[in-house]
Ligand binder design. Structure first.
Ligand SMILES: [Zn+2]
Length: 263
């Protein structure tokens, strides 16, 4: 029987499947792929992880966990698939800013606590989303609107839609409780430093980077710096662990975080 290249997603001989096994995973009657008989293992699932921060234990994040105060708050509406990913950066925001709320998005069942918080007259939420479509142009505001909320004595809230670009767009379009809220597009020249996923463009920032820029631009400079340092440390540590490298020399961001914790 001639050797064949298997086209099914789960048939990857580099992942340890032999070609014989790959052929057996197809139904000989129909040629359709059968479900994989081995349990699918995501990349990195064999790595020993720290129970505190869930990063590979080789370069753990726990010694750098620092807290900060901010005037503005952050709420994350996180796609259910995003929660499971250890490369998710939304959770870094909650580590640094304890007032951060994290809601899981389900299309048909809005989070009851989120709906309750949206009714709080002291909180003024902004949905962070690009202003590239005309149908909600009347809801678009700029960062100045955040300052005006602070002057009025109320608390601005940045609602970040945490997921892939496609998931975020779906959350934006399919959540009626967001439809009345102002839309704040992030305007920045920052390019992403995120190393753990391949961005479509350097202009696409990850969730933690978006929060850093919003906090910085709206005057929460200290919180922005701590979160940026914590993101940087996460990014560098995780990337080094993927290369099986132990970080021996602290980065400037690591040194600042340690000084903050001890000082
Ligand atoms: Zn840890």
């Amino acid at each position: 029987m001639p050797d064949q290249t298997c086209q099914a997603d789960h048939c990857d001989s580099r992942a340890g499947f032999s070609h014989a096994a790959a052929r057996l995973s197809h139904d000989p009657a129909t040629g359709h792929p059968r479900p994989p008989r081995r349990e699918f293992k995501a990349r990195g699932s064999f790595v020993e992880r720290c129970p505190g921060c869930n990063l590979p234990a080789l370069n753990c994040l726990c010694p750098y966990q620092a807290r900060a105060e901010s005037e503005a708050r952050v709420w994350l509406i996180t796609h259910p698939l995003e929660h499971l990913k250890p490369t998710n950066t939304g959770r870094l925001i909650r580590d640094v800013l304890p007032g951060t709320e994290v809601f899981t998005w389900y299309r048909t069942v809005p989070d009851a606590r989120l709906l309750e918080l949206l009714e709080d007259p002291d909180l003024v939420p902004f949905v962070i989303f690009p202003d590239d479509q005309p149908d909600y142009a009347d809801r678009v505001v700029d960062i100045q609107a955040v300052s005006e909320v602070k002057v009025s004595g109320r608390t601005p809230v940045f609602i970040l839609l945490d997921g892939t670009w496609r998931q975020a767009r779906r959350i934006f379009r399919k959540s009626p409780y967001l439809d009345a809220l102002p839309v704040l597009p992030l305007s920045t020249t920052r390019q992403t430093r995120y190393q753990l996923r391949k961005p479509a463009s350097r202009a696409h920032l990850c969730t933690a980077e978006v929060a850093v820029e919003l906090l910085r631009q709206s005057g929460d400079v200290d919180a922005a710096q701590v979160l940026d340092d914590y993101f940087d440390t996460f990014n560098v540590s995780y990337a080094a662990s993927r290369r099986y490298e132990k970080i021996e020399v602290s980065t400037p961001a690591m040194l600042r975080l340690v000084a903050r914790r001890t000082g």
